[in-house]
Design a protein around this ligand. Structure first.
Ligand SMILES: Nc1ncnc2c1ncn2[C@@H]1O[C@H](COP(=O)(O)OP(=O)(O)OP(=O)(O)O)[C@@H](O)[C@H]1O
Ligand SMILES: [Mg+2]
Length: 199
């Protein structure tokens, strides 16, 4: 029991450290296809899960924080595998809007148990978890959200948890700027409610 609980502490602490470390984005020049394939190799699928990787990128070059993007992928893929205790399929798809386009997309789709509608608004809250004590700390998606926002991207989710409404499963889609926002834009003050035209 001591060993188990110590291991749990270790997981929580490393999750918190990752959470705290998110304040800086290194914009590395990366080949996004290579990065995603390497990240997928680091979390091999359970034996009963079929993994499909689809490369629909016209141009694989991007300027992103390689470690943080790897973390995003590992988090999404680990959640997907955990949602398929009886096996299933995971599709990871990379796409952009043509050569030289400004944005790229990463979609992670599973055929797992799905997420009940009432849980969707809580997904990115730190410590929200439906996993048993010792199995999840609820930091994966909070960290993922932070990393995506630091890259000025967005993350969306569609899910069905009700077999009566069709096949269950979840898709997370991460949309990211392909290039580092320029230094001038970085130096500008952040939009306030006034500058955004909200009254
Ligand atoms: N692909 C998915 N399918 C079904 N439920 C999901 C999926 N991804 C996330 N969830 C739900 O969202 C919750 C929060 O996910 P998150 O990754 O933040 O934490 P966790 O996986 O529970 O723990 P941790 O990632 O810290 O080990 C999960 O407990 C689960 O209920
Ligand atoms: Mg998780």
């Amino acid at each position: 029991m001591v060993v188990e609980q110590a291991d749990r502490c270790k997981k929580i602490v490393s999750g918190l450290l990752n959470f705290a470390r998110q304040n800086k984005v290194e914009h590395d020049r990366v080949n996004l296809v290579d990065l995603v394939q390497k990240a997928l190799r680091s979390v091999p699928p359970p034996v009963n899960v079929a993994l499909v990787f689809e490369d629909q990128m016209a141009d694989a070059a991007a300027e992103l924080d390689a470690d943080q993007l790897t973390q995003v992928l590992v988090n999404l893929v680990s959640n997907a595998y955990a949602a398929m205790p009886d096996g299933g399929a995971l599709a990871v798809r990379l796409s952009d809007d043509g050569p030289g386009s400004d944005r790229c997309r990463l979609a992670v789709s599973d055929t797992g148990i799905g997420i009940p509608a009432e849980n969707i608004p809580k997904l990115y809250e730190p410590f929200f978890t439906t996993k048993k004590v010792g199995q999840g700390t609820g930091l994966g998606l909070a960290v993922t959200y932070g990393i995506v926002k630091m890259h000025r991207g967005d993350i969306t989710v569609t899910s069905n948890a009700d077999p009566a409404r069709g096949a269950t499963g979840t898709t997370f889609t991460v949309n990211l700027p392909r290039r580092r926002p320029d230094a001038v834009a970085d130096a500008l003050p952040r939009a306030t409610p006034e500058t955004r035209g909200v009254h």
